[in-house]
Design a protein around this ligand. Structure first.
Ligand code: AMP
Ligand code: ZN
Length: 130
């Protein structure tokens, strides 16, 4: 897509700090990192949400994630990895991407999930299963 920022990165029209690349995906550093080494795994094809992914692609993305995790363990000495992926509301860039966020002991990273809102878990369970 012409006006898509990640398509522009794929075409080399915008620079990126790429740390892994193959025929299907690029993994590059997030310009607004949550922690040291925060990266995005992005398919080369313009795919918008998880709904548009094939099973083969899903498997491949997890295999690449594992490779990148090992790279980060060796080079950055990460203590953990948080994997996060937004679809629709909450997704700023409408080109599918997976956040690969290194975790470090004492990194104090907080995802603000509105924990103070009381949710009727039993009701939600009913909505999802009945
Ligand atoms: P999301 O809210 O899940 O769509 O996340 C989009 C992510 O893309 C954010 O973490 C941005 O910091 C990141 N981002 C946006 N533009 C660029 C860019 N040119 N290079 C690297 N990361 C980017
Ligand atoms: Zn795109």
């Amino acid at each position: 897509m012409d006006d898509c920022i990640f398509c522009k990165i794929m075409k080399g029209e915008i620079p990126s700090y790429t740390i892994y690349e193959d025929d299907e995906v690029k993994v590059f550093l997030d310009i607004n990192p949550s922690t040291n080494g925060d990266a995005l795994l992005v398919p080369k094809k313009h795919i918008v949400t998880i709904d548009d992914l094939s099973s083969d692609a899903l498997l491949h993305f997890f295999e690449v994630t594992l490779k990148v995790k090992k790279l980060m363990e060796v080079r950055l000495h990460i203590d953990g990895l948080t994997i996060c992926q937004n679809n629709g509301h909450g997704q700023d860039v409408k080109h599918f991407h997976v956040h690969l966020t290194p975790r470090y002991v004492n990194d104090n990273l907080k995802h603000d999930f509105n924990k103070e809102i009381l949710v009727d878990i039993a009701k939600v369970h009913e909505q999802l299963t009945k």
